[in-house]
Design a protein around this ligand. Structure first.
Ligand code: SF4
Ligand code: SF4
Length: 139
């Protein structure tokens, strides 16, 4: 009798997992994560020293490791004079809001809203022209 119950339980678990795999493979309701609307102000890259400082808790193989040096002000060595990232297409995960959002399995809407408000705060501190501000209400 006990074996019979165990067999039914195992069957139900396997059936449940199988159904979940099928449902997930057809799930068209998952929102597509769009790119973060970065305005290329450069304010975060001028503070990359903060991110680099977190490396102390990470080994170089960790996906969140930041591999570049920063000057004494915190400016990333890969930031060009016109505030562009010279390694943009291969930038670290921690510099890519969309990929970081996916990696951390965050809700894109909330993650983007939070990041945008941090961006705007940094821009305020740097007196960046207002046209670079990200509209937080779009999320
Ligand atoms: S602070 Fe925000 S808007 Fe400015 S470069 Fe960084 S991610 Fe882009
Ligand atoms: S690697 Fe590129 S995106 Fe990342 S902090 Fe440096 S300049 Fe900015």
């Amino acid at each position: 009798m006990i074996l019979y119950i165990i067999e039914i339980a195992v069957f139900l678990v396997v059936a449940y997992l199988g159904i979940m795999v099928i449902i997930n493979s057809f799930d068209g309701n998952k929102p597509e994560v769009t790119d973060f609307p970065c305005s290329s102000c450069g304010s975060c890259c001028k503070r990359a020293g903060v991110v680099a400082g977190l490396n102390i808790n990470l080994d170089a193989e960790n996906p969140l490791y930041f591999p570049y040096s920063c000057d004494e002000t915190g400016r990333c060595e890969k930031l060009t004079d016109d505030n562009k990232c010279s390694v943009y297409d291969n930038r670290p995960l921690v510099c890519n809001v969309k990929e970081l959002c996916l990696f951390l399995e965050q809700d894109p809407k909330e993650f983007y809203k939070f990041n945008a408000s941090v961006c705007n705060t940094m821009m305020d501190e740097d007196n960046v022209p207002l046209e670079f501000r990200i509209n937080v209400k779009q999320f």
